[in-house]
Write a protein that binds this ligand. Structure first.
Ligand code: GDP
Ligand code: ZN
Length: 363
């Protein structure tokens, strides 16, 4: 395959001279360059100059979860074979990592090689600058350039009021472009289309912020319809595949994954920790580092409740918020859900064992 064929096929997905240079050694091995449009249990869909191919990631799935192939990665895939393997993953320019609250796991990569992080903020509700800052921190952390899009601008018809809102956000977001957009009337969309045309973007923001509406506007039709492309699998059957990475008609690429959508909520976990800082401090003195402050022996939090130092209402409220937060994320993330279920089971078993121990059954 000539490099110009590769260029014309992959440029819409973000292929450039620098990627081509990095790929050169694999090219001479006869491997195909491609970008991961979706990952799913040890396999991934890769868009190549030959179309979308399904490939096995066993070669490139080391123990470090940060190095697992993810949507947005540029990879070298074998030209054929059953299964066909991803042989290597090119070094990432940027990466969105979901930090996990569990100290055992290193964090999970949600998207790679993202240039612009679009933080959608609805003008339909009162501005929460603290929340905007949290999303911006997340964006900067990834290495991508953040961009704030104030959505539903049609709901603030007064231009003076609108400019004050923009100024408020600008002061909370130094170095970050702030746009206003109305998907309803199409206002401001041309500016957004132009800004995202130069790279790969992700949409962040609270549920209801208008992310799906923006995605649909950028893609030019219903994303869900676009995503449900019919592909042939290896056995000649038609299967419906979902892409989490789409080339935009106006140029640029959009990555939209369920994991990324939940990221703001997950991140709220550290916010919960700040609101209940005295409990987090007490928890440092619990015997077990992953103490759930339920029935564990040596729990400093329960001891503080017993001694009257910590109101029980406060502990209950903390538990409720942490659980809600985990549940919201777990809904969007099957792997995390399985992990949580294992955790709950283990904690349940440990708690029971501890109680039996206390009752003296094992002595
Ligand atoms: P998401 O949860 O962030 O994906 O948000 P959605 O895109 O689903 O939008 C949430 C709600 O806001 C929906 O009811 C949309 O119809 C509405 N919405 C989105 N964009 C606009 C807009 O530009 N103007 C108005 N008035 N409503 C909008
Ligand atoms: Zn405890």
């Amino acid at each position: 395959m000539t490099s110009s064929t590769v260029f014309s096929a992959l440029a819409p997905y973000g292929w450039d001279e620098a990627w081509a240079d990095q790929f050169a050694p694999y090219d001479s091995e006869g491997l195909l360059p491609g970008r991961v449009v979706r990952v799913d249990r040890g396999q991934c869909d890769v868009v190549t100059a030959d179309g979308v191919v399904r490939a096995d990631t066993a070669f490139v799935t080391p123990h470090d979860p940060r190095r697992v192939v993810c949507t947005g990665d540029w990879v070298a895939v074998e030209p054929g074979g059953h299964p066909r393997y991803v042989r290597t993953c090119l070094p990432r320019r940027t990466a969105f990592v979901r930090s996990t609250s569990s100290k055992r796991s290193e964090g999970q990569i949600l998207a790679a090689n993202v240039d612009h992080a679009i933080v959608a903020v609805s003008l339909a509700t009162e501005l929460d600058l603290g929340r905007v800052e949290r999303f911006l921190a997340l964006a900067w952390e990834s290495g991508a350039q953040p961009l704030v899009v104030l959505t539903k601008a049609d709901l603030v018809p007064d231009p003076v009021a609108l400019s004050y809102l923009v100024q408020d956000v600008e002061t909370a977001a130094p170095g970050v472009p702030v746009l206003t957009v109305s998907a309803l009337h199409g206002e401001g969309l041309d500016v957004l289309v132009a800004l995202v045309s130069g790279g790969t973007s992700v949409l962040l923001g609270q549920s209801g912020a208008g992310k799906s509406t923006l995605a649909n506007a950028l893609v030019g039709e219903d994303v869900m319809d676009v995503q449900a492309t019919r592909d042939m699998d290896g056995k000649g059957r038609h299967t419906t595949t979902t892409r989490n990475l789409l080339a935009l008609p106006g140029g640029g690429v959009l990555i939209d994954t369920p994991g990324l959508r939940g990221v703001g909520l997950w991140d709220a976990g550290s916010g919960v920790g700040q609101v209940f800082s005295e409990i987090e401090e007490l928890a440092q003195r619990c015997r077990f580092h992953d103490c759930a402050h339920d029935s564990e022996p040596g729990c400093a939090v329960l001891a503080a409740v017993d001694s009257g130092e910590l109101p029980v209402r406060r502990l209950e409220s903390y538990r409720k918020l942490t659980r809600e937060n985990q549940w919201i994320v777990a809904k969007t993330d099957a792997r995390l859900r399985a992990e949580l279920r294992r955790d709950w089971k283990r904690k349940g078993a440990e708690g029971k064992a501890a109680m039996e121990f206390k009752r003296g059954r094992w002595s």
